[in-house]
Design a protein around this ligand. Structure first.
Ligand SMILES: Cc1cc2nc3c(=O)[nH]c(=O)nc-3n(C[C@H](O)[C@H](O)[C@H](O)COP(=O)(O)OP(=O)(O)OC[C@H]3O[C@@H](n4cnc5c(N)ncnc54)[C@H](O)[C@@H]3O)c2cc1C
Length: 370
């Protein structure tokens, strides 16, 4: 197969990128290892209200439907149940449907393969009943299965509180949100109010010492300010954050960089979201972005960069698009990870003397000037 743009990963970043690229006439292929598109949006029932201006406020799974439906009239080939597994020496990309291996010859490749949840290790962490918060969310929202009756949530980021509230709404008694710091990581006041209204206890300066039970979780010891308390629970949801999935970038020979604020190791990228391997781009969670607005916008910036590389739009159009998208990213990410992102871009800029989009320089100036 030959294409202008191959997108690996059909989550929100990849789907939004496909729409942008195909709208400019680029022949686009999306491959996704799952049997349906949408990525992690498929189990998200919460509404997103900090989206780019060109999106309406939508619940996660509705946003996935919207992103998928609007590709239908465009020149986008969708290969579900296809996984990127390697690269050939001639530069083509190898994907498999587990029966055959298919080489795809793409002028540009965008990798939007997302992130994985971080585990936490304590005695008993392998017992059935200990799972990531994302797994519990998949069970209630996608599989319609209650993962337990009485739960502890480990971690206090926004995702931890969102899942705690959703489990509570399903009738699961949340015995506590356990956080080892002295304050909550989540700063979303609406969500904190929801937890407080549901009378879910918050255990700050707390750690789960161990989970115990015969063949499954039956109890857990929580150390709170030096005192051990025994909790009667059959479910422990670990929400310690997510980290980009790196294998596709290793396969494609892209350099990696470590940035704690962006989730740990991630591929290095320029201001146009191109990695150190020319014509290979990155966006979404894979680029260390966790807010939905940034996930959608970086997909579009990477797509417009592919459009630019193929001269598929006028210089004026490209400049206007980039300025708008970067301004939106600035608006959405300001006070969160924008500084860490510009740091990654600048490091590569200095090292390789690449051309930064003009706006990144001015955004940088605004940041430096406070
Ligand atoms: C379990 C889980 C639950 C989450 N829940 C929330 C939440 O409630 N709220 C929130 O704000 N964020 C949540 N997140 C973060 C979430 O990842 C983002 O909200 C968003 O979905 C990321 O978009 P993305 O397009 O970057 O990646 P994803 O949505 O993760 O999409 C990546 C896609 O790439 C595909 N893929 C991966 N590897 C390959 C490969 N080698 N070949 C082909 N395809 C591949 C996957 O099947 C997937 O469809 C969750 C993350 C996880 C892991």
């Amino acid at each position: 197969m030959r294409t202008d743009l191959l997108i690996v990963g059909g989550g929100p970043a990849g789907l939004n990128a496909a729409y942008k690229a195909a709208s400019y006439g680029l022949k686009t292929i999306i491959v996704d290892k799952w049997f349906s598109l949408g990525g992690q949006l498929r189990q998200q029932t919460q509404s997103y209200d900090h989206l780019p201006q060109h999106f309406a406020k939508l619940r996660g799974y509705k946003l996935a439907d919207f992103l998928i439906d609007r590709l239908k009239p465009l020149d986008v080939t969708i290969l579900e149940k296809h996984t990127l597994i390697g690269a050939y020496s001639d530069g083509s990309v190898g994907v498999t449907n587990e029966k055959d291996i298919l080489p795809i010859d793409a002028k540009n490749v965008l990798i939007t393969t997302g992130a994985m949840e971080e585990p936490d290790i304590f005695p008993g962490w392998t017992l059935p009943g200990v799972m990531t918060a994302g797994a519990a969310q998949i069970l209630i929202n996608r599989e319609r299965v209650l993962p337990g009756k009485q739960a502890l949530i480990l971690g206090s980021n926004e995702f931890a509180l969102e899942v705690a509230a959703q489990l509570h709404d399903c009738g699961i008694a949340i015995k506590g949100i356990v956080e080892n710091r002295s304050e909550l990581l989540c700063q979303n006041e609406k969500l904190i109010a929801r937890i407080s209204n549901a009378e879910i206890p918050i255990v700050l300066n707390g750690v789960i010492e161990s989970a115990i039970g015969k063949g499954k979780v039956e109890e857990a010891y929580v150390n709170h300010n030096g005192n051990n308390a025994l909790y009667d629970v059959d479910l422990i949801c670990v929400a310690k954050g997510i980290t980009p999935i790196l294998e596709p970038f290793e396969v494609m020979n892209c350099d990696l960089i470590y940035r704690e604020r962006l989730g740990g190791w991630l591929p290095e990228y320029y201001g146009n979201f191109e990695t150190t391997n020319p014509s290979i781009y990155v966006a979404g969670n894979a680029a260390g972005i966790t807010n939905m607005g940034g996930i959608l916008l970086t997909g579009e910036i990477a797509a417009i960069s592919a459009v630019e590389s193929l001269n598929a739009a006028s210089t004026v159009q490209i400049k206007e698009e980039k300025e708008y998208l970067w301004n939106e990213l600035y608006r959405i990410e300001y006070n969160s990870v924008l500084e860490a992102r510009l740091d990654v871009i600048n490091e590569l800029h200095n090292e390789k003397d690449a051309q930064l989009p003009p706006l990144v320089d001015s955004l940088n100036g605004r940041l430096i000037n406070g």
